[in-house]
Design a protein around this ligand. Structure first.
Ligand SMILES: NC(=O)c1ccc[n+]([C@@H]2O[C@H](COP(=O)([O-])OP(=O)(O)OC[C@H]3O[C@@H](n4cnc5c(N)ncnc54)[C@H](OP(=O)(O)O)[C@@H]3O)[C@@H](O)[C@H]2O)c1
Length: 300
């Protein structure tokens, strides 16, 4: 995972200069598991009844994923109240590992209405076991005008450090662009991968111009990208910029775009986590190499 004497590739958050390693961790599906305190704390009588899917053993594996994540020097973990039990699992494991201070916690508000939004964000902070959320994002732009003013007040009050907006479809890119143009936000989170490059046309240059950080979600197209290369060897020239696996090829393509702050691949597999963190070391592909990567991908 981590070559000896290697330094992690980081990017500054445009609005503050705080640096973030370019590879983070998504939690959708991967961290939505039972078997722990978060399940019991719900008070809805769901303990055991809803604790399906091999809870305790899966949690031990996820603890190993997070241990390797922090050992490797990575920081940003992305969650949402939309991801079932994920926030609670992340909160429990961060406490268990004593890793809150090492983490940059990003989560989201995903509801309509001011009071419902405030209540949901309070619950997220409880589940994540933190007084301050590092980044609060408006999930899929749901009721974004209402939440943006709440988020600004919370930021002023020190309850969160950064504000963002998210979506995952290319059809939402014009609305993301309009908000970046008119409002002051710290981050935009959007779908960007070697397979889905629509954000390159307008939103990525706009974010760079306006000093807005970019978090790339669905870096593996939800895992579908691996299906396309199942019988394809990684081209030997990818080793010139330090990629020995397809995961690293996909991730280095994303984070070598100058507007991108980080990518957040989801995994519940410690081996995959180590593989993904490998993309945070060595050099990044340059412009001509990026073009070669795209040409290769489009030829498959
Ligand atoms: N609207 C939004 O705000 C929004 C929308 C979508 C996603 N997101 C965020 O973005 C994150 C990432 O997107 P995603 O979860 O949809 O999908 P993704 O990260 O593109 O892909 C995840 C899939 O890739 C597999 N994988 C991970 N590393 C691998 C490796 N090295 N080799 C082979 N397979 C690997 C995972 O399986 P294993 O567990 O087996 O590794 C999983 O099936 C989400 O978890 C979420 O935090 C946000």
């Amino acid at each position: 995972m981590k070559p000896s004497n290697a330094t992690m590739i980081t990017r500054p958050i445009p609005s503050t200069g705080e640096s973030l390693p370019v590879i983070g961790l998504g939690t959708w599906q991967a961290f939505d598991v039972g078997g722990g305190a978060a399940t019991r704390r719900t008070g809805l009588g769901t303990w055991q009844a809803f604790d399906v899917g091999g809870g305790a053993a899966t949690r031990r594996t996820l603890a190993e994923v997070l241990r390797l994540f922090f050992e490797g020097g990575a920081k940003i973990i992305d969650s949402s109240p939309m991801y079932g039990r994920a926030e609670g699992v992340v909160g429990d494991l961060l406490t268990e590992l004593g890793a809150r201070e090492s983490a940059f916690i990003a989560t989201k508000v995903w509801t309509s209405g001011r009071e419902a939004g405030i209540a949901q964000m309070k619950r997220s902070a409880e589940l994540l076991q933190t007084g301050v959320i590092d980044l609060m994002q408006i999930h899929n732009l749901l009721d974004w005008r209402t939440h943006l003013s709440t988020l600004r007040r919370m930021k002023e009050a020190g309850q969160l450090r950064y504000i963002g907006i998210t979506h995952y479809t290319s059809s939402a890119l014009p609305e993301l662009a309009a908000i970046i143009e008119r409002e002051q936000i710290d981050f935009v989170q959007l779908a960007y991968s070697i397979d889905v490059r629509d954000a390159e046309k307008r939103v990525l240059p706009l974010a760079a111009d306006r000093g807005v950080g970019v978090i790339a979600n669905r870096p593996f197209g939800g895992g579908n990208l691996f299906g396309r290369v199942r019988r394809v060897a990684i081209p030997p020239w990818a080793a010139e910029f330090g990629c020995t696996t397809w995961a690293q090829f996909f991730l280095k393509f994303i984070v070598s775009h100058p507007a991108v702050t980080c990518a957040i691949p989801a995994t519940a597999d410690p081996g995959h986590l180590s593989d993904n963190l490998g993309a945070d070391y060595g050099r990044l592909p340059e412009a001509a190499e990026r073009q070669r990567m795209v040409k290769f991908w489009d030829s498959l």
